[in-house]
Design a protein around this ligand. Structure first.
Ligand code: FES
Length: 161
């Protein structure tokens, strides 16, 4: 049997064990001209994603799976490997600070398991719903909030008569 239309057979299903944490298993495969990483989450789902962290292009071959997310080994940003959405720091940071943190999104590929093979769609999925590149653009210099503290008005106390 061959791979579904638009998919590429990359590795035997039995090669990928469901592991997370320090035991995570991330395998490098070739999909057309692109290097893609595949791994199996604890729930058994196989995921496929880009080999470089979108934050600062760190190699994700040493990434780990934590609670179904991909954790980059460099700054511990976490991405959902099903959609590519950044979870940490996006969920914990203030929206107005995302331009400094620049989490981006992790390119992902659809995966199907068929006849004992893991098959990865050749074309990446679209960016995750809700991803807004404008949030990661630096604000215009005049638009940045001032770091100066508001001046306090001193009240002179006049002695009581
Ligand atoms: S390079 Fe991956 S989190 Fe910073």
């Amino acid at each position: 049997m061959s791979a579904p239309h638009g998919f590429v057979r990359v590795v035997r299903s039995t090669v990928l064990a469901a592991r997370e944490g320090l035991e995570s298993q991330v395998c490098e495969v070739r999909v057309g001209d692109e290097i893609v990483l595949v791994g199996r989450l604890n729930d058994g789902q196989v995921v496929a994603f880009g080999a470089a962290c979108p934050h600062e292009m760190t190699d994700l071959r040493d990434a780990t799976f934590v609670d179904g997310l991909v954790r980059c080994p460099r700054h511990n940003y976490m991405y959902d490997p099903r959609t590519g959405a950044n979870v940490i720091p996006t969920r914990v940071a203030r929206r107005e600070n995302l331009w400094k943190l620049r989490p981006g999104y992790l390119p992902t590929h659809s995966v199907e398991e068929r006849d004992g093979w893991v098959c990865v769609r050749a074309t990446p999925q679209p960016p995750p719903a809700g991803w807004d590149p404008a949030l990661e653009e630096a604000p215009a210099p005049g638009a940045r909030p001032s770091r100066q503290r508001p001046r306090r008005h001193r009240t002179r106390l006049t002695p009581l008569p």
